[in-house]
Design a protein around this ligand. Sequence first.
Ligand SMILES: Cc1ncc(COP(=O)(O)O)c(C=O)c1O
Length: 459
Amino acid sequence: MAEPTKFLLSEDAIPTHWVNLLPDLPGEPLPPLNPQTMAPAGPPDLTPIFPMELIGQEVSGEPEIEIPDAVREVYRLWRPTPLFRARRLERALGTTAHIYYKYEGVSPAGSHKPNTAVPQAYANAHAGVKKLTTETGAGQWGSALAFACSLFDLGCEVFMVGSSYDQKPYRRSMMQTWGASVHRSPSTQTASGRANDGSPTGSLGIAISEAVEVAAQNEDCNYALGSVLNHVLLHQTIIGQETIAQMQMAGEEPDVIIGCVGGGSNFGGLTFPWLRRKLHSSGNPSPRGPRFLAVEPAACPTLTKGVYAYDFGDTAGLTPLMPMYTLGHGFVPPPVHAGGLRYHGDAPMVCALLKAGLIEARAYRQNETFAAALQFARSEGIIPAPEPAHAIRAAIDEALAAREAGEERVILFGLCGHGNFDMAAYDAYLAGTLEDLEFSQDDMDAAVAALPEGAPVVA
Ligand SMILES: Cc1ncc(COP(=O)(O)O)c(C=O)c1O
């Protein structure tokens, strides 16, 4: 029989628990802070916009958290997702490396985002909430939440970053099809939007401010975030758990695991179960375990150029302060096509791992990223979203390095979404009009100058 290309699990292999990496992090976790008092932010700081079930998950010290049956039942619509061996890409590269990718684009919304949208919608519906607000960059998260809200009879209001709203009209149509209402951000609906009408292309930070503002002012309305927070990364760990079982089916151990990072949720979801295995080294045949590589755009290089500091999660300063690598909450990234990677900060858990030297980070420019996306699409068929195209660029570079070194490197990367609604980006690349924008020292100086006053310095 020919060697397999896909590694498929049955529905009963859908994980029963999420993996909480918080207790495994080195040292004491740095708490989020209330920006008024600078004291650790607790549940009372979060209850105006989140239900208790999610707050409990956010601060939990338990190593595993059970997935509610109602959530697992929805997961069965598309999970387990396939793991592919990229044999055709390997041949095209003439590499000695073995390349695997975990494909999350088979979900109804086309990315990994429904993995957390569904438990968030479920927890809010369970708590009697009637409507959720959110922001969306690429449109992937907004469509995932619109889909999840439709399953649990919740209203859904989405603030979509202006540049993405213009680039991706059919993402808006998808959200409306699932029953959501969508505003171009900055909008005139909120004070935060009106205060930022000078930034017409918008940013995730501004859109978050708008969505949080609406949720905080309405009793039966909550806010949902598609990345960054501990509970979001927690929900995504079903990706990594499935992948461990699938790599076992393939009979290989990865030497390097790669994911793109916007706020850190698909990267965390793919890597945390592997990181737990590496940190505890039980059941891991390789004494060193895999390397972990987080990849981001050069135009918004939080992990590779940001400062590690307490900063707001949004532009208007409505959220608690979080310890993270940040470009400053006022930074409006250039309108690069990887809309989901245009965030000024990153998940505190991912930042803590980088700070501890447990993961590596790398940044790529748009044109080299799209070159990789095309090479992938022309060998494997799937047209990747611009965000995971960054992970593909890194996977290809690792495979080429393995070829140079004559090594049989095993590479695993997260293909966290398809790009079928991102064709404007591909058009621009094919027309040769994509710009390679980079973050400058002036941008960095402005970022540091704009950090919140009085926030403690992080060592
Ligand atoms: C397809 C896709 N990948 C990646 C991201 C980045 O988010 P995260 O780092 O949380 O996975 C997004 C965000 O919108 C996305 O839509």
